[in-house]
Design a protein. Structure first.
Lengths: 198, 441
C-alpha cells in the first residue's frame, strides 16, 4: 500500500511537533519555545491566484513549518501602480484586529516600497487583509465588508485572503512567531515579516 | 492599496468560443456580448487578423508583430526619461522636437529623479510652446531594503522632496517653480494647479498629505482649493473645473471636481468607477466599471456627461480576452480622447480603439503588440495624435528578470498598420510622455 507524499509529510510534521512538545515538557531546563515566523507571498504570475504562506521555525532551527492559503494582489500583471506587490522584503508596521476604516477588521500594514518595473513609482498604503466588518463579521449590506468569492482577491496592491482563511492566518500570526500585539506602537514595526517573490 | 475589488468569473474560454461559433484569427480572441456591443466597422488589419462577432457586431483584432526601428522620436511626441540603475539619483533628459537636442533636466549637482514618485504625469508643455513643466524628486536618502540584517530606517525619516520645475526650451534656463509639490495641470488661460505637500518632504512610511493649490501662471497669487489635507493627485482641467484624485488609505481613490476654494464635488466613487479619458471639450468622460472593480459585473465602459452624471453610451467588454493568458480583460489603465475616437490601454497589454460617434460607444478594434522582448502588459500611456496615429510607451526586457532592459516609444498608424519604435538612446532609462494640452485637435 502506498501513501501519498502529502500524507507522509503530514505525519512527519505531526511527529516533529509532538517531539518538540515532548522535549519541552520533559526538559525542565528548556525555556518556552521561541517561534520565529514570517509571511511569504508568491505571486504565481496572477493577480487573483497567488499564495500567502505563514512560515515558522522553533528556536530558529529547522524544519521550517509552512501553511499556505490562496491570496491575491493588484489588478494588473505588473508591480506598477495598482499592480501586484513588488518583490522583496517588507516590515509589518501595524496590526489591528478591529480596524475601522476603508478596509476593516484584521489587517497588517506593510512598509512602502519602490516598484521594480517602474522604479520611479512608490507603492504605498499596502496591507494584508480580507473583506469583513470591523468586528470580524460579514455584512449583508456593505460589499467591501463581505467576501463574495474569487473576484474579491483583486486589489490595488494589497494582499487579500478570503474571509474563510483569515482565522487561520491570524491565529498562526499570533501563535507562531508573529505577535499578539495590536496597534502601531511597540513592538511594531517588525522588520522582515513579509517576503514577496514571483 | 487594497480596496475591495472583484471581477466576474469568466466562463470557460473554450466553451464560450464554441457557443459563439466564431472563427478566430491568429492568437487574437475577441467575443462580443450581445446587446451592449455596438456594431463596429470590421477592418482587415495589416496582418489580416479580423474577428467577426455574431450578427450584430464586429470588431477587428490586430496583432502587431513587425516593428521598424527609427532614429528619431515621432515629431508629435515629447518624453522625459529617468535613468535606471542609479538609485534614482541622476536626473533624466527631455526629448522632443521643441528641443533641438536632448536637454538635461534637473538642478545641477543635486541627486534626484525627473519623475513624480506617486505616479502622475511626468511633465506638461505650456501652451506657449516654450516652457516645460516637469517633476523633480530630490533624493534625501535611499530606501531600506527591509531584508533581514539590513539597516533599519525609522518611520518618519525624510526620504525625498517632490518639486515642480520649469525649463525654458528657448534659453535652456531651468528654475524651481514650487518645492514640496507634485502633480499638476495647466489651463489654456494660464491657471496652474498642483498638489502642495503639507510638509515639503515625504517621510518614510507616512502618507504624503497635500492640499490642492491654484494660481495664475507660474508666479501669480495662489489660492488653496482644498483646505482638507489628503493625498491628492491633480488630473487635468475640464472646462473651469479641476479634476483631482483623492486617495483613500488602502481603499482606492475618488475623483473630485473642484470649482474653487472648498467647492468640491465627488464625480466617481472609490472602488466603483475609474476614469479612462476626458473628451477634448471637457464635457464628457469615459469611465470603466465592473471587472476588477465590481466583482459580479463584466468590465464595462460608460460615456457620461460628467457635470450631470447623464449616461451617453455604454459598452460591455464581456468576452474580450487577453490573447496572452486567455483570461478575460479585467481592468484598464489610461486612455486618450481625440475628436470622436478614444484609445485605451487595457491591463492585458492591448490597446482598445473606440468610437464615440453619434453618441454611441463602439469598439473599433483591439491592437495587440507582439514582438521579441516586449514585456507583458507593457503598452502604457497611449496618446492619440489627431492624425490617426497612436503614440505609446513600451517596456522591454527578458522574462527572466523583473528589471527593464529598455523602454521605447512606439508610433502606430491606424490606417496603414505600420508601427515604428524609438528606443531611448544611451543609458537604460524609463520613459514618460509629456502632456501637450495645446496640441491640435
Amino acid at each position: 500500500m502506498t501513501r501519498s507524499v502529502a500524507g507522509r509529510v503530514c505525519s512527519l510534521l505531526a511527529l516533529s511537533v509532538l517531539l518538540v512538545g515532548l522535549i519541552a515538557v520533559v526538559s525542565p531546563a528548556r525555556a518556552e519555545a521561541a517561534y520565529i515566523g514570517w509571511f511569504v507571498y508568491v505571486r504565481n504570475g496572477s493577480n487573483d491566484n497567488g499564495t500567502l504562506m505563514w512560515k515558522w521555525t522553533i528556536d530558529d532551527f529547522p524544519p521550517v513549518y509552512s501553511v499556505s492559503h490562496r491570496a491575491g494582489s493588484g489588478n494588473a500583471p505588473n508591480d506598477n501602480t495598482n499592480g501586484w506587490l513588488p518583490v522583496g522584503w517588507y516590515s509589518i508596521k501595524e496590526h489591528w484586529n478591529k480596524y475601522d476604516g476603508d478596509i476593516n477588521g484584521r489587517v497588517w500594514r506593510l512598509s512602502n516600497k519602490w516598484s521594480v518595473q517602474n522604479p520611479s513609482v512608490l507603492r504605498y498604503d499596502l496591507f494584508i487583509h480580507t473583506e469583513e466588518t470591523p468586528a470580524n463579521g460579514q455584512s449583508s449590506s456593505v460589499e467591501s465588508e463581505r467576501w463574495d468569492g474569487p473576484s474579491d482577491y483583486y486589489s490595488l496592491g494589497c494582499v487579500k485572503v478570503s474571509y474563510g482563511n483569515m482565522d487561520g492566518v491570524h491565529t498562526r500570526w499570533a501563535k507562531y512567531g508573529g505577535s499578539t500585539a495590536h496597534g502601531s506602537g511597540s513592538p511594531y514595526p517588525l522588520s522582515s515579516k513579509l517576503y514577496v517573490h514571483n | 492599496m487594497g480596496i475591495k475589488v472583484s471581477r466576474r468569473i469568466v466562463l470557460s474560454v473554450v466553451a464560450v468560443v464554441a457557443a459563439a461559433g466564431v472563427m478566430l484569427a491568429g492568437s487574437y480572441v475577441l467575443l462580443g456580448s450581445g446587446e451592449d456591443y455596438a456594431a463596429g466597422d470590421a477592418r482587415t488589419s495589416a496582418d489580416g487578423a479580423t474577428a467577426t462577432v455574431g450578427d450584430a457586431s464586429s470588431v477587428s483584432g490586430t496583432v502587431v508583430s513587425s516593428v521598424k526601428n527609427t532614429a528619431d522620436l515621432d515629431p508629435q511626441a515629447m518624453v522625459i526619461t529617468v535613468p535606471l540603475g542609479v538609485k534614482l539619483e541622476v536626473p533624466g533628459m527631455f526629448y522632443g522636437i521643441r528641443a533641438k537636442a536632448p536637454v538635461q533636466l534637473g538642478p545641477k549637482g543635486v541627486k534626484g529623479t525627473t519623475s513624480d514618485s506617486f505616479g502622475s504625469q511626468a511633465g506638461i508643455l505650456v501652451p506657449d510652446g516654450r516652457h516645460l513643466l516637469y517633476h523633480f524628486t530630490r533624493q534625501l536618502m535611499s530606501f531600506p531594503s527591509e531584508a533581514p540584517g539590513d539597516p533599519v530606517v525609522p518611520d518618519g525619516t525624510p526620504m525625498f522632496t517632490p518639486s515642480i520645475r520649469v525649463l525654458d526650451l528657448d534659453t535652456g534656463e531651468d528654475a524651481l517653480v514650487v518645492s514640496g509639490a507634485r502633480s499638476m495641470a495647466w489651463r489654456s488661460d494660464g491657471m496652474f494647479a498642483y498638489a502642495a505637500g503639507v510638509e515639503p518632504d515625504y517621510r518614510y512610511n507616512e502618507r504624503y498629505l497635500q492640499r490642492v493649490v491654484v494660481q495664475k501662471g507660474l508666479d501669480g497669487p495662489s489660492e488653496v482649493w482644498t483646505t482638507e489635507a489628503a493625498h491628492y493627485a491633480v488630473v487635468q482641467w475640464a472646462g473651469d473645473s479641476l479634476l483631482v484624485w483623492r486617495e483613500l488609505p488602502a481603499a482606492g481613490r475618488e475623483l473630485l471636481a473642484l470649482d474653487g476654494r472648498n467647492k468640491v464635488r465627488t464625480i466617481l466613487n472609490a472602488g466603483e468607477e475609474e476614469l479612462v479619458a476626458v473628451s477634448p471639450d471637457g464635457s464628457r468622460m469615459l469611465i470603466w466599471t465592473g471587472g476588477a472593480l465590481q466583482g459580479q459585473d463584466p468590465l464595462t465602459l460608460r460615456e457620461i456627461e460628467w457635470t450631470s452624471g447623464r449616461q451617453i453610451a455604454r459598452l460591455s467588454l464581456d468576452g474580450v480576452l487577453d490573447p496572452a493568458s486567455g483570461e478575460a480583460v479585467y481592468s484598464m489603465a489610461s486612455g486618450s480622447w481625440e475628436g470622436d475616437r478614444v484609445v485605451v490601454s487595457l491591463t492585458s497589454g492591448d490597446l482598445a480603439v473606440l468610437s464615440t460617434k453619434d453618441d454611441a460607444l463602439t469598439l473599433e478594434s483591439v491592437i495587440t503588440f507582439s514582438y521579441p522582448k516586449l514585456r507583458r502588459a507593457s503598452i502604457q500611456q497611449p496618446l492619440l495624435d489627431g492624425e490617426n496615429k497612436i503614440i505609446a510607451v513600451t517596456s522591454e526586457g527578458t522574462a527572466d528578470t523583473e528589471e527593464l532592459e529598455r523602454t521605447a516609444v512606439i508610433t502606430y498608424d491606424l490606417v496603414s498598420g505600420e508601427c515604428s519604435r524609438w528606443i531611448v538612446p544611451g543609458t537604460r532609462a524609463l520613459t514618460a510622455l509629456v502632456a501637450n494640452p495645446s496640441r491640435p485637435r
